[in-house]
Design a protein around this ligand. Structure first.
Ligand SMILES: Cc1ncc(C[n+]2csc(CCOP(=O)(O)OP(=O)(O)O)c2C)c(N)n1
Length: 329
């Protein structure tokens, strides 16, 4: 959103971003509950604490632009427009889920909203992002691809292959490294000789940026600059967004590798609390705020009910997806 936007529009915009972040947080909290109750099987990697990255970044994109990410994909999918119903139903293994209940937590796909999926192999999707961007450049369709990954992916071969080709072929792609300080239980200082991940861009002659993600508007502005470079000049950027996950790596991680004090320190920079405080400071009344938060609550309650009551996939789905090729995309 431009700096000269009228104040009321700017307030509405911030309220919409806050709403999206709150929706992600509440869906994630309900996912954690569903997992504890045995309604969700397999892995579950929550996005709590990182909401401003996906929401700010997606605000800088158009609806036709592409997004691709890792297994920590719930927040990115919701930020790109996937309905909470489709996401929770997928987590619950139901046929109404975005991947007909066959993919689960790590495989959120949404063709309509150009969400190209979550991927379980660390860094494996980064060359795919360059492939999508290559297709856009070849077709001249003006679309930008945004590729999210954790700092743990930066030492993987796929990162260097994907980023190197994007720089060489001048592709319309933005690489967003969500540096949340830990790869499972390994801090960055034990896996990389550099503390500044964005420096990796220099080896490929690529533009770079690096900032904290506690202010969703700042995320939108900074990613927006990179998106513009990609769209207007076919110039890729590596953006390191510094963030922190408030929960363990996955639901089975007690996170003993970090102290409670460290966690509490990071919670002081909670992007949701910051956006909420900014809304109040800029004049959003208590009544409007309560209405907004109530509507999120209603949406999440409805989505949990929908996911709970939906049927599991039957044999027909298995046959359709196994023998008749991919869904009709
Ligand atoms: C190629 C590969 N190696 C190892 C794993 C096991 N693994 C799953 S998540 C993970 C940590 C990745 O951390 P990071 O990229 O920083 O993302 P974050 O979980 O912090 O979002 C690892 C090593 C994997 N999935 N793929």
């Amino acid at each position: 959103m431009l700096a000269e936007t009228p104040p009321s529009e700017a307030l509405d915009h911030l309220a919409a971003l806050y709403r999206r972040m709150l929706l992600i947080r509440r869906v994630e909290e309900e996912s954690a509950r569903g997992y504890a109750e045995g309604k969700i099987g397999g892995f579950l990697h929550l996005y709590i604490g990182q909401e401003a990255v996906a929401v700010g970044a997606m605000a800088a994109l158009g609806p036709d632009d592409y997004v691709i990410t890792t297994y920590r994909d719930h927040g990115v999918a919701l930020a790109k427009g996937m309905p909470a119903r489709a996401l929770l139903a997928e987590l619950f293994g139901k046929v109404t889920g975005c991947s007909k209940g066959l993919g689960g937590s790590m495989h959120m796909f949404d063709h309509e909203h150009h969400m190209l999926g979550g991927y379980g192999i660390v860094g494996g999707h980064i060359p795919l992002a360059s492939g999508f961007a290559f297709a856009s450049k070849y077709r001249g369709d003006g679309k930008v691809t945004l590729c999210f990954f954790g700092e743990g992916a930066v030492s993987i071969g796929g990162f260097h292959e994907g980023v190197g080709l994007a720089a060489l072929w001048k592709l319309p792609v933005v690489f967003v490294c969500e540096n949340n300080e830990y790869s499972m239980g390994t801090p960055l200082s034990r896996s990389m000789s550099l503390e500044d991940v964005s420096l990796k861009a220099l080896g490929y002659g690529m533009d770079r940026d690096r900032f904290f993600a506690d202010d969703v508007l700042e995320v939108e502005r900074r990613i927006g600059e990179a998106v513009r470079r990609a769209r207007e000049q076919n110039s890729p950027t590596l953006v390191e967004v510094r963030t922190y996950r408030f929960r363990g790596h996955s639901m089975s991680d007690p996170a003993k590798y970090r102290t409670q004090a460290e966690l509490e320190e990071h919670k002081k920079r909670d992007p949701l609390a910051r956006a909420r405080a900014l809304l109040v400071e800029r004049g959003l009344g208590e009544g409007s705020l309560a209405e907004l938060e109530g509507s999120v609550e209603a949406e999440v309650t409805d989505a949990v009910k929908f996911a709970t009551e939906s049927p599991e996939p039957g044999l027909d789905v298995l046959e359709e997806t196994t023998y008749k090729g991919p869904f009709a995309y």
